[in-house]
Design a protein around this ligand. Structure first.
Ligand code: ACO
Length: 274
């Protein structure tokens, strides 16, 4: 098993599901330079860990993540431009690119406060479920900044234009129910059932074929930036890669078991595939 001991996060892998917990509850899980280093390293190890089929990201205590660490990043690195740039790059890379194109499905489980830079974690994940009473906010404007780093692009990617402008210009907080209404997350549930709900969702994904889920993510995400022609060429080629990587299981077992009358893929998953 890879080494999953870190200073600022906890990583637990069980039943095909890896849970990565931001673990600075006294600082509301603000993203310090060390937290960025730890998450980037953990994601690299989880990428190649066959025991981790699905990744859940969440926070310890009453916060999911209070955004960038306003002290350890913005203030203490102010006079160290090289280190500031290094951490800025690391911070934007794992949220903006690594998570987005991660080969395994990712779920943000938003248990509490979620501010500023944490929006890019939520947006970078494939799915997001929050507690009804979690508090979201683009607080940058409240202290004279703007949604910089990966955040402006995250807003452009996932929020409706009117919502992005309203919440970025006012800095008004909103709750998990509102986050679901505006489509920033999939849905919200009472805080008391959040863990069970997300555990069930993650377990459902963990039973699916890993190659099929990777191709699903790539097909969707890459197609966003492609012309129709390019996307058709890409998905045709991707189908060949999928077939090679899974030894043509989608035909032999997936379609094969259906044709033998063993299950109905419209209504259920073939567990022999995973
Ligand atoms: N960076 C650094 N430290 C933080 C951050 C942060 N983003 N958020 C909270 N903390 C620290 C506080 O300084 C405090 O530390 P201390 O105990 O050593 O004094 C501790 O966490 C607890 O904070 P409180 O404000 O006492 O906690 P409370 O639960 O009352 O409020 C809240 C939590 C709402 C998250 C509040 O701390 C807050 O507004 N934080 C700033 C949120 C924010 O604007 N983040 C930046 C977004 S912009 C960006 O990411 C670029």
């Amino acid at each position: 098993m890879p080494d999953y001991s870190f200073d600022t996060i906890l990583v637990d892998v069980e039943g095909g599901v890896a849970t990565l917990t931001f673990n600075r509850p006294a600082k509301r899980n603000a993203m310090s330079p060390q937290l960025h280093r730890d998450v980037a390293t953990a994601l690299e190890r989880l990428r190649y860990d066959p025991a981790a089929k699905v990744i859940v990201l969440t926070g310890a205590g009453k916060a999911f993540c209070a955004g960038m660490d306003l002290k350890e990043f913005f203030t203490e690195l102010k006079d160290d431009p090289a280190e500031y740039d290094r951490i800025f790059r690391l911070a934007t890379e794992w949220r903006g690119r690594t998570l987005r194109y991660f080969p395994k499905p990712t779920i943000a489980m938003i248990n509490g406060f979620c501010f500023g830079g944490a929006f890019s974690i939520v947006e970078g994940c494939d799915l997001a479920v929050a507690a009804d009473d979690a508090i979201f906010g683009l607080s940058e404007v409240n202290f004279g900044l703007f949604p910089g780093g990966a955040v402006s692009k995250s807003l452009a990617n996932i929020m409706r234009p009117r919502d992005a402008m309203l919440y970025a210009l006012t800095g008004r907080p909103f709750d998990g129910k509102r986050a679901a209404e505006i489509g920033f997350i999939n849905y919200s549930v009472p805080a008391a059932t959040l863990q069970d709900d997300v555990r069930a969702l993650a377990a459902e994904l963990a039973q699916k074929n890993g190659e099929a889920m990777t191709a699903t993510k790539e097909g969707y995400r890459h197609s966003l930036d492609m012309t129709w022609e390019a996307s058709m060429a890409y998905t045709q080629a991707r189908e060949g890669l999928l077939s090679k990587n899974q030894n043509d299981a989608f035909r032999t077992t997936g379609i094969g078991d259906f044709l033998k009358g063993q299950y109905r893929p419209g209504l259920e998953s073939n567990s022999n595939l995973s």
